[in-house]
Design a protein around this ligand. Structure first.
Ligand SMILES: [Zn+2]
Length: 598
């Protein structure tokens, strides 16, 4: 038995595999087997695993910091968690019982190091003895400078006040750069009022010519957050003016400072126990004690089903036959009144149930002539599932997707007859799946959502009905993306992604647009041509590939890889909001050209 195991591709969007939802078939031994041995040789990058009986390991790469997570289904550890520390690119190996049937091994890399998941090899010496060959660690040295990096005024010091050098807003929050890593316990985060967050950094100061002192963030256009930074005594004080309905914010240290983000975009819940279809979570084994969210309200009002919990709700959606399933993880049912379905209701059936002690499912069957358009987050604690009747305008027109105010630039193209065309825009990845992660920690799921929301707005301004598969940072499988397009009877489906190759290849940059083999390439060509005519980006061609979402949609479909997050040129462009807006306009113009038969 000398098999090579491909790493799970669920977390990353590596070239050629984007969109594949690879799942390994797991043979679960009937009786638990023990972990007999594990050892890591950091000089050869080889991890050996030996179990009592045969096992089929599963692996996943998780980022920030980079961790290779290996699950051994059907294996018990028989001892408390073991941590082993190393001095080198591999920082620590943790072995713990993830759930009663699974032992989890986490290989964590030191800050600034990562590995190419394509090169992780599992070699079965015997069914119960595996050698995991880890590729040589790569240093993520090529972090791009921030848009307007101030020259460092002082060399890195290890004593004296922490120097805050620069800060910037990005798609998800604020990033603050300091002269050295944040010492442990050196900050406090408070929410003195619902609309104010204050972060104070002990023993710290702003550099002399710190600029700017104020920032404004438009989080996917949903709400505006103003932030201010100043010296106060021997502390630096950062204050955010936030929406009172917003959930909490958090500080996450990075090697060169820290980021301030809403907890909704930064926390993933622990995984449900592994089943044949679930993915292992990146959360280390010992942290499974997230408090449960109590579902307090499930209400049907007009064309929206509201779901509300007492704290952050973690959810995923999908179709199972004719039933739309909303799965709420880390959740328990409160004392709720089920909505009554009256004649004329958009749902013909609704069932709310507690599946197990931490999963609640809501099953919906749309009434004839109604369709389910998908979820939309309201706050961290609540979301709605939108419904639409035949002939009704999509909810986009009554509750428009709120995107940043239109810049002065306009899409110079002919509008189409209002309401004649329906286009589905599909921002790739989301939720626990960040897509590709590239230079500077850019996450595909964030930048493609930002661009997709803008594409939608430009198209709507030109009279196109737009339906989005997601408008927020949610988990969404591939099948429901296709279902949304089919149910909308869309004229065109456009999936928006960003590409990645190894971090060791910053020289690889450029644009690719895909169509499914055997289907028309006209939409893909229209998008590629439009982008090339308005942006300075390398042309990597219009190509055929069997990506799930374009292969399984019946209408014209294209998948655009808007550049490489691992490419030096493209990553710098992705960091620039004006460039993302130009990209969005160019994609929209390409779609309009296609719709107009040009
Ligand atoms: Zn992707």
């Amino acid at each position: 038995m000398d098999q090579q195991w491909r790493l799970w591709q669920s977390q990353a969007c590596w070239r050629g595999l984007c969109g594949t939802a690879a799942a390994l078939v797991i043979c679960q031994p009937a009786m638990a087997s023990r972990l007999q041995l594990w050892r890591l040789n950091p000089s050869t990058n080889q991890l050996e695993i030996r179990t009592e009986r045969g096992v089929q390991p599963r692996a996943e790469l998780v980022y920030n910091p980079t961790r290779l997570v290996i699950d051994l289904p059907g294996v018990v550890l028989g001892s408390p968690q073991v941590n082993q520390n190393f001095n080198g690119p591999i920082r620590q190996v943790r072995v713990a019982q993830f759930d009663p049937q699974t032992t989890r091994i986490v290989v964590e890399y030191a800050a600034g190091f990562t590995i190419d998941p394509q090169q992780v090899r599992f070699r079965g010496v015997a069914a119960n003895n595996w050698l995991v060959q880890l590729p040589p660690p790569q240093q993520q040295g090529a972090t791009p400078p921030p848009p307007a990096p101030p020259p460092p005024t002082t060399p890195t010091r290890t004593t004296g006040p922490l120097q805050v050098r620069h800060w910037q807003a990005d798609a998800t929050g604020f990033r603050v750069m300091t002269d050295r890593p944040l010492p442990e316990g050196s900050y406090t985060l408070r929410r003195p009022r619902r609309n104010r967050i204050e972060i104070s950094l002990n023993n710290s100061e702003l550099i002399r010519n710190f600029n700017p002192r104020r920032l404004e963030l438009q989080r996917f256009g949903r709400d505006r957050v103003r932030a201010e930074i100043r010296n106060q005594g021997r502390q630096v004080l950062i204050s955010l003016a936030v929406n009172p309905q917003d959930g909490d914010w958090q500080v996450t240290p990075r090697e060169d400072g820290f980021v301030i983000t809403p907890t909704t975009t930064a926390i993933s819940p622990p995984s449900p126990p592994p089943t044949a279809t679930s993915r292992p979570s990146g959360i280390p084994a010992a942290s499974a004690q997230t408090p449960l969210t109590t579902i307090q309200r499930v209400d049907l009002g007009g064309r929206e089903l509201l779901i509300q919990g007492d704290r952050t709700v973690f959810y995923s959606v999908g179709w199972e036959g004719n039933t739309y399933r909303i799965r709420l993880r880390q959740a328990q049912l409160g004392n709720i009144r089920e909505p009554r379905l009256v004649p004329g209701s958009p749902l013909s059936n609704l069932e709310i149930r507690q599946d197990d002690n931490q999963t609640v499912s809501i099953l919906l069957t749309p009434a004839p002539n109604f369709r389910i358009l998908g979820p939309r987050a309201l706050t961290a604690e609540s979301f709605v599932v939108q419904l639409q009747g035949a002939g009704e305008p999509p909810p986009g027109s009554s509750t428009p997707i709120r995107v940043p105010p239109t810049p002065t630039t306009q899409v110079p193209s002919q509008p189409v007859p209002r309401g004649r065309f329906v286009v589905v825009i599909d921002p790739g990845h989301g939720g626990r799946d960040p897509g590709a992660v590239g230079i500077g920690g850019i996450r595909e799921k964030d930048i493609v959502l930002d661009m997709s929301l803008q594409v939608a707005q430009f198209l709507q301004q030109q009279g196109v009905q737009v339906i989005m598969t997601r408008t927020t940072d949610i988990d969404l499988e591939l099948a429901p993306r296709v279902s949304i397009a089919e149910r909308a009877r869309a004229n065109a489906f456009v999936s928006i992604h960003a590409n990645a190759i190894s971090m060791a290849r910053p020289d690889v940059n450029g644009l690719e647009t895909y169509y499914a083999p055997g289907k028309s390439s006209r939409l893909a060509a229209a998008i590629q041509n439009s982008i090339l005519s308005s942006l300075n980006i390398r042309d990597r061609g219009v190509r055929a590939a069997r990506f799930y979402v374009i292969r399984n949609t019946s209408m014209d479909a294209a998948l655009v890889e808007t550049g490489f997050v691992t490419g030096a040129e493209d990553a710098a462009n992705f960091q620039n909001p004006a460039w993302r807006t130009q990209m969005a306009q160019a994609i929209a113009r390409g779609i309009l050209n296609f719709l107009q038969g040009r």
